[in-house]
Structures are given as C-alpha cells and as structure tokens.
Design a protein around this ligand. Structure first.
Ligand code: URA
Length: 210
C-alpha cells in the first residue's frame, strides 16, 4: 500500500539536494542537480506501476518481456518551477503525455487563480503525476489537484522536492487520497511563506530571476 508521504532518502538525492540548498549554487548547476533529482524521484513515484508483457525476440531466443505503458503516464507541471522537475522526468519517460497548469496568487484574496490549463486528451486512461518543486502553503498544489480531478484522471500522485509540514497538512486536508513524494520535509514556513531551511525561490534559483 502506498504511503501518503514518501520521503526519498536515497543518499544521491540527499547529497544533490544539499548542494541545491547552498546559496552560492548558481542557476546552471542548480538546474542540472534538479534534473538529476527529478529522475531519482521519478524512479520512486513509478515503482509500483503495472507492467505489460509482450513476446519479443532477443538475438538468441524469444521471451515474454515486461514493458511499462508509458503513454498511459501523464506528467503535469505546475508553472513555472514545475518545469524543472518535468524536464528530467520526461528524459526518463519520453513517451509520457504532458500537461501544464498555470496559477497565480491573487494579491488581495490570496486565492490561487488559474491562468493556464492544458491537458492531453483521454486523461481518464492516465496515471497522472503532478510536479512542483516546493510544497509550501499547499494552496497552488490543492488548486491544481482540484482542477485536474475535475477531468477524472485514472490516478493522481504529487511530486515535490521540498515540503513544509503546513503544506502537507493543507494538501491532505483537501486531498487525503493523493500520495506525496518528496526529497525532504523541512521545518516550517517563515512569515513570507518560504520553506525553512529550504532553498529560496525555486523558480528564481532555476532561472536566475528575482
Ligand atoms: N516557493 C518557493 O519557490 N520557495 C519557497 O520556499 C516557498 C515557495
């Protein structure tokens, strides 16, 4: 049975995450590490996906070989930082379908407002993996899941790099059925809703913006 919060403690993930946390790590290295970690997270999030056997010929004999139905996996990036996790996962699962969700935070109501939503057809056939590096308050992840659930994917999982306890609680209050995969659960949010100790603004760290 899948746990609701899966912390990927593999030493390679933890080592690369520590370098990403360092404030002197510049964007090119940060992106390259995120790309590596996204593949290791993809390895974990797909670990119990079903395999279909097909008869094949090796150079020596015929055999029944297991295959993942990669076209029935949909990767969904929450813009813009989600793209940093998406690209590495797509390198590992190039046949996966891809969706994007764009949300911004209304400055007065603080609600997540959708500005972009593009999903592949036949999502009801797809095991859907939604990615966003930072689960902070959880507001955008919950809004994205609300919207994606409305189009009935076959299953849903959420992958992030770092999660705050507050974000996990908020997420599971609204979506107790969706498992979270993360490289670490940090201490808390600060008054500006940044994850502590965290790594700063993931989008800014990736693209050198501020
Ligand atoms: N988003 C980020 O990019 N970083 C945080 O610490 C919180 C939200």
């Amino acid at each position: 049975m899948t746990k609701l919060v899966n912390v990927v403690k593999h030493p390679l993930v933890q080592h690369k995450l520590s370098i990403m946390r360092e404030k002197q790590t510049k964007s090119p290295l940060f992106r390259s590490l995120l790309n590596d970690v996204s593949k290791l997270l993809a390895y974990e999030v797909t670990h119990n996906m079903p395999l279909t056997h097909k008869e094949i010929e090796t150079p020596l004999t015929s055999t029944s070989a297991p295959y993942l139905e990669c076209q029935e996996i949909c990767l969904v990036s929450i813009l813009r930082a989600g793209n940093g996790l998406l690209s590495g996962m797509l390198e590992l699962i190039p046949e996966a379908r891809v969706g994007h969700v764009g949300l911004y935070r209304d400055p007065t109501t603080h609600e997540a407002v959708e500005y972009y939503f593009k999903m592949p057809p036949q999502i009801e056939e797809c095991d859907t993996i939604v990615v966003d590096p930072m689960l902070a308050t959880g507001h955008s992840a919950v809004a994205a899941m609300d919207r994606i659930k409305s189009i009935n994917p076959k299953s849903l999982k959420f992958v992030c790099l770092l999660a705050a306890p507050e974000g996990i609680d908020y997420f599971h209050e609204h979506h107790p059925d969706i498992p979270i995969y993360t490289a670490a659960v940090d201490e808390c949010l600060n008054e500006r809703k940044y994850i502590i100790p965290g790594l700063g603004d993931a989008g800014d760290r990736m693209y050198g913006t501020q």
